[in-house]
Design a protein around this ligand. Structure first.
Ligand code: IMP
Ligand code: MG
Length: 222
């Protein structure tokens, strides 16, 4: 538990990602589609512990800011939906939930730099404290564009809470305040579960795991 005298520096430190430890790696527990999972890198229990901690840190950070208002949680569809459902319930402040959906043009291997809004917010975020909830920071491209899109609407503040981070460089990283709350730093591998998909599958797995290569190969030969 954080003390009442937690400073901004404490909040910033606690919001930095926990490095996923290779010693955490385990076989997928019994359950649906476990035969497609090579290994679990973050168990459901470890996720729950970190989500509770993030909820406390966010509560601490925003309690002085949202006295007469509600923290606007902007949830990016579809990957962040599972994380956001748990995180919102770990934040002990009045919140509002809204959803946004963006997609990069073209194929994901060669990102063109343009991002298309598939679904916009219904909330007017002008003057509001806004926290974007993201599933994973990969190239950072989608997030950069999202931040650009929302910033011009003049929120009182705009920050990001991402469950996972692959640690790649992108411009937003030079603003440590923006990426103030992150769950785990993970290796640069393709992961599924806890909201993350491969071809829209695996989002309901309770853990974060790495797919077996033959799942991709099967899909490519279909
Ligand atoms: P970015 O624009 O490259 O940062 O990626 C944006 C989106 O790609 C994320 O919000 C995820 O939905 C998806 N993505 C990136 N890496 C992974 C992964 O390892 N597994 C599943 N989806 C991913
Ligand atoms: Mg996806």
């Amino acid at each position: 538990m954080m003390s009442d005298s937690a400073t901004d520096a404490d909040v910033m430190r606690l919001g930095q990602p926990v490095v996923a430890d290779p010693a955490w790696v385990e076989a997928a527990p019994p359950g649906v589609e476990r035969e497609d999972i090579a290994r679990v890198i973050i168990s459901a229990e470890r996720i729950a512990t970190r989500v509770r901690a993030l909820g406390e840190i966010i509560t601490r950070a925003y309690a002085p800011l949202v006295v007469d208002s509600r923290l606007a949680l902007v949830i990016t569809l579809r990957g962040a939906a599972v994380f956001a459902a748990d995180l919102a319930r770990a934040i002990n402040l009045p919140v509002e939930l809204d959803f946004i959906s963006a997609a990069s043009y073209g194929d994901s291997a060669m990102t063109s730099g343009s991002v298309r809004l598939l679904k916009d917010l219904e909330t007017n975020i002008e003057g509001r404290h806004v926290l974007i909830i993201e599933d994973i920071l990969d190239s950072g491209l989608t997030l950069e564009k999202l931040v650009e899109t929302l910033e011009v609407r003049n929120p009182a503040s705009l920050r990001v809470c991402a469950l996972l981070d692959k640690g790649k460089p992108f411009p937003l990283r030079t603003y440590p305040q923006a990426l103030a709350f992150t769950g785990f730093l993970i290796p640069d591998e393709f992961v599924v579960g806890y909201g993350l998909d491969y071809a829209q599958r695996y989002r309901n797995l309770p853990y974060v795991g790495i797919l077996k290569p033959d799942v991709y190969m099967r899909a490519e030969s279909e």
